[in-house]
Design a protein around this ligand. Sequence first.
Ligand code: NAD
Length: 372
Amino acid sequence: MRIGIPRETHDGETRVAATPETVKKYIAAGHEVVLEHHAGLLSHYPDDDYAGVGAKIVDTDQCFSAELLLKVRAPSSSELLKINSGTVVLGMLDPFDTLGIESLAKAGITAFALEAAPRITRAQSLDVLSSQANLAGYKAVLLAAHYYGRMFPMMMTAAGTLKAARAVVLGAGVAGLQAIATAKRLGAVVEASDVRPAAKEQIESLGAKFIDVPYETDEEREIAQGTGGYARPMPAAWMARQAGLVAERCKQADIVITTALIPGRPAPTLVTADTVAGMKPGSVIVDIAVERGGNCPLSVRGEVTEHNGVKLVGLTNLPGMVATDASALYARNLLDFMKLIVDKDAKLAINLDDEIVQACLMCANGEVKRKN
Ligand code: NAD
């Protein structure tokens, strides 16, 4: 099969969907690979490295005429015009973007959104949300350290002792757990909150303190379990008790990293404007959830703002700030997914009995096939 690797055109996107390592494997498996000139440049994978493993470097139109395209972001409207009906597209296509998926269907594309993969053991190696969130959690802490005017670790020097930074991490999924681990490694004192009861043990195993918001009803306890590994929106009463506790913890904190998400919904508000007003000048909030509306209503997408001396970092695409590694992991996720839709003769063989393939299929033959 002819696989195309376009250069991403989404504003600020630095990642690429295949690396020389994965291209080498596609070619060894019998595929032909065409790479758009400079597709890997912003991830520091030069054309020569792809050509060295057998890829053909081509122009935009030649690349988009491939039978299967490996993308990071969903094709833009101008990219859609270049894609032939019947082309297979793999990427992070945003399964909840109804209009976007409809436009892919209308273009006759067979589209797979890898974010929709179920959270089962067999899908771990192709879990793009995990591979990218892990890096986002790490980078969020480094951004916090960058914007914070003080040190993270406790330091005893001849000129006096510096206190360790206090960090609060809200949402302890993949990104949050990596943020906890990174903040601990830098020497901060860390506490964290999540709705899911399973998160308590994970937070504590990383040496952080769990901010406990006890469940008061069976309904709260039941909803907190989530579905398929993901959180569900908690009842208003629980959210109000959490907001009170979070406000109290944030007042003491120097660093707040927010990562809380609920699939298909706007991110829950965890740090209110009043909470920000009560925080110490010089403290820093990094809102990783900003692309989904943010965990703080004051976050501005793509910007760093300041409120009474509190810096609020709303920068987006944190994985793209470590693009070489983010692309390497993402490219391996795609390589693993490809094994589910291609046979040993390098021909397309979409097995709809496979629950991962079925969940990721967004559209085919002009029809939307998305399940949720
Ligand atoms: P996510 O990105 O959807 O959400 C981030 C975190 O925010 C989650 O932990 C969620 O519980 C939390 N959250 C939502 N509302 C909140 C609120 N009001 N207050 C506090 N926290 C809130 O989730 P994720 O990081 O993708 O993963 C969630 C879970 O799934 C994790 O436990 C992870 O380990 C697990 N997981 C399992 C697999 C697998 O088994 N294959 C793969 C990946 C992740």
